[in-house]
Write a protein that binds this ligand. Structure first.
Ligand SMILES: NC(=O)c1ccc[n+]([C@@H]2O[C@H](COP(=O)([O-])OP(=O)(O)OC[C@H]3O[C@@H](n4cnc5c(N)ncnc54)[C@H](O)[C@@H]3O)[C@@H](O)[C@H]2O)c1
Length: 268
């Protein structure tokens, strides 16, 4: 996109964005890319040190606000600050999420509740508090970070599957609500497979996987490392859904997994 003088304007120029869980991994990559493409970006995360560092290194157009997605008061405070400082909100990336290993029998109740609180309650609260500001902000977009765990049974992360499946369904309910209400707000979900982030590295360690630094194994299942994408692979999808380029895409689920969910059996 170019202005009248032929200067390149960013794909989300002039928009105001909030990205939750943006101090690390997919959120950080998305915050950087949205800033590069002209948005004013709020990095919202519980990790204040990492969030401030990222905002400082990203430079103009990027600020950090400490935020816990599980707390209703934190959402009202965050969005009041956004309204006061920037006057509007066009892009909300509900990205914060956590995972801990556990199947249907071994998952502790506390782990299940924590995973649901961050990964699903956070999305619910984000939409509940974000929509009232976004509906008066011009063309706007909510992007919810789900997972392929919403689409297939990943037995070692049972609670995570439940949370991400809920995010997938909730996204469609929000999209229909906004459309029927006549709001200029779209809502879509993204479903990545394994991407090389601190979350995945930590998870690989927790389950004793060979981890992201070693190559595929000749005997037995390939380690997580051989199946990983890069954070920018997902950030570009966030950018597309956040921009007006996707103005007719609403209630959709964008699977980014390099064939994992469409392959019958083991990927050769
Ligand atoms: N990395 C993957 O392979 C992958 C695949 C599918 C989906 N996802 C999803 O993408 C999202 C980002 O994952 P990631 O791999 O970048 O993880 P990550 O651990 O690198 O980053 C997650 C960020 O969320 C923040 N966070 C945690 N709890 C929070 C809370 N209560 N409030 C606000 N911020 C909080 C953390 O501080 C961290 O900065 C998650 O929702 C995850 O489930 C990741």
């Amino acid at each position: 996109m170019s202005d009248a003088r032929g200067n390149r304007a960013g794909r989300v120029a002039g928009k105001v964005a909030v990205v939750t869980g943006a101090a690390s991994g997919l959120g950080a990559a998305s915050a950087r890319l949205l800033t590069e493409e002209g948005a004013t970006v709020v990095i919202a995360d519980v990790n204040a040190n990492a969030g401030r560092r990222l905002a400082d290194s990203t430079g103009q157009g990027c600020v950090f606000i400490e935020h816990d997605v599980t707390q209703e008061t934190s959402w009202s405070s965050l969005l009041n600050q956004v309204r006061e400082r920037f006057g509007k909100l066009n892009i909300l990336v509900n990205n914060a999420g956590i995972v801990t290993p556990g199947d249907a029998e071994s998952t502790e109740v506390a782990d299940y509740q924590r995973i649901m609180a961050v990964s699903m309650d956070g999305v619910f609260l984000g939409c509940k508090y974000g929509i009232p500001l976004m509906k008066n902000s011009g063309p706007s977009s909510i992007v919810n970070m789900s997972s392929i765990a919403a689409l297939v049974g990943e037995s070692v992360v049972a609670a995570y599957c439940a949370a991400k499946g809920a995010v997938r369904a909730y996204t469609k309910a929000v999209a229909v609500h906004c459309s029927r209400s006549g709001y200029e707000i779209r809502c879509n979900s993204i479903h990545p497979s394994g991407i090389d982030t601190p979350m995945v590295r930590g998870f690989a360690e927790a389950i004793g996987d060979a981890g992201p630094t070693s190559g595929p194994s000749a005997d037995g299942p390939a380690p997580i490392s051989s199946r990983l994408g890069e954070p920018r692979d997902i950030a570009y999808a966030v950018l597309y859904l956040a921009s007006d380029e996707s103005k007719f895409t609403n209630g959709a689920e964008l699977v980014i997994d390099n064939t994992i969910t469409v392959t019958a059996g083991v990927v050769p």
